[in-house]
Design a protein around this ligand. Structure first.
Ligand code: UDP
Length: 411
């Protein structure tokens, strides 16, 4: 059996996405791990334990486990604080593997913090190391300079890009920027898209979905995402705030921290200032498996982000047959096409987004066409297909590693 060690140090793939630090990457790791086990692999996802009451080992699918290791306090920590805990994390991971007599054939690290841990571990294990950063510090700085990402992050990303055996970019766009912004040679970078669970995210009647959620009739726009300024939810509020009351759609904001502070508090204040509190509903973070009901309730899913490395929320909306209104940024255009399954806008100005929304709501034939094309347009992006691509990469790296070690797994 082929065993993979996935590293997701700062966030657990089983955490409910939608808060500041849990989102697409958590969904990606969980779903990819599941898809890999369906193809006969064993996957252990190593993460940091953030609560003494959490079970240390959770089997979340047959052959797929989350293993929570002590690294620093057993409480949530800021990402930069996690950096200090990485040495302890790596030591405890090695103790765990020795104690349980485990060897892994591949290391697959996610985000820069885990890539650092992957690099250190691999100096011992000497197995193929695949790194995926999900977002890049230098790219984030370009998209929104006010949110300065640490130079240390960018430094680590650049170093691991050259020490790992392969780096996965989710899109051409990410790959291009990686090559422009970091000293990495092109043959190390592989493009493998993200995926969607097509069985879970599928069309159901809007009426049924709204009845289950207790939502009224009338136009509804949906925002789904982590609560951070980069997601541009404020732009959606300002766009909707400029519409006359009688023609203003309801906005559902999915995502947010349990305390509702930080970005969520800022958004609530904006809604208050615009006097649109009655039209905006902050529903908090919603379990991923319940989200199909929200997408299916909406007339459109709005993605006003300043940057998206991929954009799973948009992909899930399309899988549910719901058109997307999105900023033309980052990896979104790898699967969103203006006039086919989405309406794309170029400038992050409330007026621009407002007129795009008005166009979609005002042209029922256009809306129907986008909705009709939505699911078909992304049917190639099932997790199963993503797992095939990842396995093909493992297989290739296994061959390259042959002189250094004898690889006996049958990938
Ligand atoms: N999500 C969720 N519950 C929430 C908010 C978000 O399950 O309350 C999920 C959403 O369905 C998507 C992921 O979190 O799968 C967000 O991924 P995306 O790529 O859109 O953004 P990222 O977090 O990677 O920036």
């Amino acid at each position: 059996m082929c065993r993979i060690a996935m590293l997701s140090v700062h966030t657990c793939p089983l955490a409910v996405p939608g808060t500041k630090d849990t989102g697409g990457m958590n969904v990606y790791i969980r779903e990819l791990s599941r898809a890999l086990t369906k193809k006969g692999m064993l996957v252990d996802v190593f993460t940091r334990c953030t609560d003494p009451d959490q079970p240390r080992i959770v089997e979340f699918d047959e052959g797929a486990r989350v293993i929570r290791l002590k690294a620093g306090d057993l409480s949530p920590a800021d990402k930069l604080a996690v950096l200090n805990y990485l040495p302890e994390f790596v030591c405890n991971l090695r103790h765990f593997t020795e104690e349980h007599d485990l060897t892994y054939q591949f290391l697959h690290s996610h985000y820069w913090l885990s890539s650092w841990a992957g690099e250190i571990l691999n100096s011992r294990w000497n197995v193929p190391h695949v790194a995926m950063f999900h977002t890049l510090g230098a790219l984030k700085n370009e998209a929104r300079p006010a949110e300065r990402e640490s130079w240390l992050r960018i430094e680590v990303e650049g170093r691991v890009m050259n020490s790992a055996d392969a780096v996965v970019a989710a899109t051409e766009h990410e790959c291009r920027h990686m090559l422009q912004l970091y000293p990495v040679s092109p043959e190390r970078v592989r493009i493998i898209p993200c995926g969607v669970n097509l069985a879970q995210f599928r069309p159901i009647s809007r009426q049924t979905a709204r009845a289950v959620l207790g939502l009224p009739e009338g136009p509804i726009l949906l925002f789904v995402g982590r609560m951070e300024p980069l997601k541009g939810a404020d732009l959606l509020l300002r766009a909707v705030g400029g519409l006359p009351e009688g023609r203003r759609p309801r906005v559902l904001v999915v995502g947010g921290d349990p305390q509702g502070n930080g970005e969520e508090a800022r958004l609530r204040a904006i809604a208050r200032d615009l006097s649109i509190e009655q039209s905006v509903h902050f529903v908090g973070a919603i379990r991923h498996d319940l989200l199909p009901l929200y997408y299916n309730s909406a007339d459109a899913c709005v993605v006003p982000s300043y940057y998206e490395s991929f954009g799973l929320a948009a992909l899930e909306a399309l899988a549910c047959g719901v058109p997307v209104v999105a900023a033309r940024v980052g990896g979104l255009t790898s699967f969103l096409s203006d006039g086919l399954n989405a309406l794309l806008f170029n400038e992050h100005r409330p007026e621009t987004l407002r007129s795009t929304i008005q166009r979609l709501m005002g042209e029922p034939a256009l809306h129907a066409t986008l909705a009709q094309n939505a699911r078909q347009s992304i049917s190639h992006l099932a997790w199963d297909a993503v797992a095939d691509k990842v396995i093909a990469l493992y297989r290739e790296l296994c061959k390259q590693h042959a002189p250094r070690q004898v690889c006996t797994c049958r990938v």
